[in-house]
Ligand binder design. Sequence first.
Ligand SMILES: Nc1ncnc2c1ncn2[C@@H]1O[C@H](COP(=O)(O)OP(=O)(O)O)[C@@H](O)[C@H]1O
Ligand SMILES: [Mg+2]
Length: 389
Amino acid sequence: MISGVRPGPSGYSPAVPHTNEPPFQLIRLLGEGRVGEVWLAQQRTRGGISRLVAVKLLREAWDEDSDAINRLKDEGQALALLQHSCIPGFHEITQIDGRLALVTEYVEGVDLARFGTRGNLLPPRVAVDIVARVASALDWALTTPNPETGRPLNLIHRDVKPANIRLSDQGSVKLLDFGLARSSEMHRHAKTRMGEVLGTPGYAAPEALAFQVSRPPGDVYGLGCTLFELLVGEPFFHGLRIEQQAMLAVQSRDYRDFLAKRLLAVEHPDLRILLAEMLAYSPEKRLKAGTVCDVCEDQIRQMEGPTFPEWNRKRPAEDLQVNRTPTPLEQPIAAAAPQEPVSAAATAPVVEQQALNPWVVGGAVAVLASVLFCCGASSLAGALWFALG
Ligand SMILES: Nc1ncnc2c1ncn2[C@@H]1O[C@H](COP(=O)(O)OP(=O)(O)O)[C@@H](O)[C@H]1O
Ligand SMILES: [Mg+2]
């Protein structure tokens, strides 16, 4: 149990702080995932200013130089470098009751994962508007210069999916969870190990799943899967087991047939073309994030219906109640699995993700390794088998 947790706030109190007042009061569990929990908290700064923040708290069981600690530091560093209206602001990294905590801007609103189901579809223009905004954040992460070197950050997110996109009540769209982000222009604490597949299977590009290649087109692919889901009402890889997705990832012709069939479910012809270019098998053929943003903005001008801000202002409250349990393909492939489950907080959490089932991933990688082996790529197959050990 976390000490120092107090009941919910009675409101903002910008009064002079008591010296023995804990700087953070955890209010409500917002999400639970890969490495820990995300809490809504009230922070009381030294100057006596109170504000609501989001606190990503690592689970207690991690040791000093663990992968989870390193990834949390990397996430803080990435957010600090990326100042963009579609990315939550970084506040600080600190310790709360001995647990490392990443403190960021609190995005009051709802996760995009609440939508994209048959009974709860967004108007298509709203979906395209949201995708345009996320694409602009991805483009920014690639192109914005590192203030120290002046070179583009070239930062990739590596886990773009509806559960990591949040619609704020104030009318903005925020790309969350830079916990797996990588940049050639940023010192990183965490290292990706040989044969390690990062991301979430149901949104992973073929090259990421098959060859562990993480490059900017992989983020556009995740965003393409997201747009598909928002328009069609089911995940792009709906009904496939992870082994089947892994097979498609190494067999380009089968993948292209699969893509062509899936796109038939998209009613709007221009959006079908856009999706074909976002979900292309070859990373080289995929649209760049900046182009996705331009194409979407073009579409928004031509389409009818509410824009995102118009729709968001009138977002029905009951939409917030819809809950979906993620399928295995929607759960992240974590850098490391938690050692112990953490007991649930008193307030019912909005749980978006669950801990990785290593067997699911292991099984997929095993199938993939066999396929590659049959194809003669024995050294790569060896690396994948090594990942299972
Ligand atoms: N800044 C934030 N404001 C509001 N909710 C947040 C914020 N950050 C995360 N969350 C909630 O917590 C969930 C998990 O956070 P995320 O950063 O995706 O961590 P994880 O690595 O566990 O997936 C999100 O899906 C979202 O519901
Ligand atoms: Mg997440």
